[in-house]
Design a protein around this ligand. Sequence first.
Ligand SMILES: NC(=O)c1ccc[n+]([C@@H]2O[C@H](COP(=O)([O-])OP(=O)(O)OC[C@H]3O[C@@H](n4cnc5c(N)ncnc54)[C@H](O)[C@@H]3O)[C@@H](O)[C@H]2O)c1
Ligand SMILES: [Zn+2]
Ligand SMILES: [Zn+2]
Length: 361
Amino acid sequence: MAVEVRGVVSRGRGEPVTVETVLVPDPGPGEAVVDVQACGVCHTDLHYREGGISEDYPFLLGHEAAGLVSAVGEGVTGLAAGDFVILNWRAVCGVCRACARGRPWYCFDTANATRKMTLPDGTDLSPALGIGALAEKTLVAAGQCTKVDPAAPAAVAGLLGCGVMAGLGAAINTGGVTRGDTVAVYGCGGVGAAAVAGAALAGARTIVAVDVDARKLGAARRLGATQAVNATVEDPVEAIRRATGGYGADVVIEAVGRPETYRQAFYSRDLAGTLVLVGVPTPDMTLEMPLLDFFSRGGALKSSWYGDCLPSRDFPLLIDLYLQGRLDLDRFVSATITIDEVEDAFAAMHRGDVLRSVVMF
Ligand SMILES: NC(=O)c1ccc[n+]([C@@H]2O[C@H](COP(=O)([O-])OP(=O)(O)OC[C@H]3O[C@@H](n4cnc5c(N)ncnc54)[C@H](O)[C@@H]3O)[C@@H](O)[C@H]2O)c1
Ligand SMILES: [Zn+2]
Ligand SMILES: [Zn+2]
C-alpha cells in the first residue's frame, strides 16, 4: 500500500519548488523504503530546478540524506527495518566492466528503485540522483542504503551522501593525498572545504585554500587549511608557489567547475603533480591551452565523480572517524531548516552564506 508523505517537488524550469503530497509505494524486489531523518540541500538540487540536469519534470529533490529503513522488499539481505543508513547514488552492480575489473567505485551501471514514487494524480516523479530524499520517506534500491553507526547524528551523516564525500574523496581517493604532500584547493564551498579536511586527514603538510569569499576561507582554515588565499586580492597561482617553496603543490583540487579556475589550478601544480577536477562545468564551457604545457609539466589530470568513493567502504569508516573526533563534520552543517524552507536555502546558497542547509524531518 502506497503511503502519503510530504516532499519537495520541482515542477518546471526556474519555478520555485513546492512541498506536495507524494505517494511512496511499498518496496519492490531489491528495494527499500527509508524514513528520512535529515537531507542536505545541495547545489545539484538547484541545478535540477533550473533545468541544468534534464527535462524530466516533475523532480522529487534531495539526495544527501540519512534515515531509518522502514521496510525492505523481497530478496533484500543484509538490511532490515530500523537500520540507520546513509543514502548513496552509487549502488554498485558487481558485474559491469568496471566492477568486473575490481574497480567498483567507477561502476557504470548503478542501481535505483524501479517502482515509482508519484503525485496523487498518478504522475511519475523523477527522484534527484535516483534518491529523492527531500521527503518524509523515499524509495530506493537496497544497495543505495549504507549502514553506519547510529550514534552519528543524521544531519551530519547525510552529508556524506554527496558533496562532503565528493570533496573528501577528491583529496583522498582521486588525488591520493598522502603524508607530507602539499595541496591546494580552489573553491571552498561544501565540496572544497571537505577536500581541505580530507587533505588534513591524509597528513598533508601544506594546504592552501583559495576562494573569493573571506567567510569560506575562514571555514577552510578551521578545517585544516594552513594558508588562505583570497583570489580577489592576490594571484592564487603565485600565492600557491610561494607557499610551496616556489614549486607549486603536489595535488591541486578544483572545486569550482569553471575554465578560469581550472587553468589556474593547472599552473598551481608542481612538475609531475596531480590535478583533480571535482567541480562540475556546464555544457557551454570550453578551455584553450598550449598542448605542450600538458606534456612538459607531466603528472596526472583526473576528474573525480563522487570522490571515487565506495559507499560500503568509505561511509562507515568516515563516520567512525567523526565519532572519534578525528573528522569535524559538524562544521559543514551551517543551518538546520524545515521542509518548507528549501527555497530560502537555495537563496542562502546563492549568497554564499552556508556550506550546507540541512532539512530535518
Ligand atoms: N564531482 C562530484 O561528484 C560532485 C559532487 C557534488 C558537487 N560537485 C560540484 O562541486 C562544485 C562545488 O560544489 P559546492 O557545493 O561546494 O558549491 P559552492 O557554490 O558552495 O562552492 C563553490 C565555491 O567556489 C568559490 N568560487 C567561486 N569563484 C571562484 C574563483 N574564481 N576562485 C576561487 N573560488 C571561487 C565560491 O565562493 C564558493 O565558495 C560544484 O560545481 C558542484 O556541482 C561535484
Ligand atoms: Zn558495476
Ligand atoms: Zn549533491
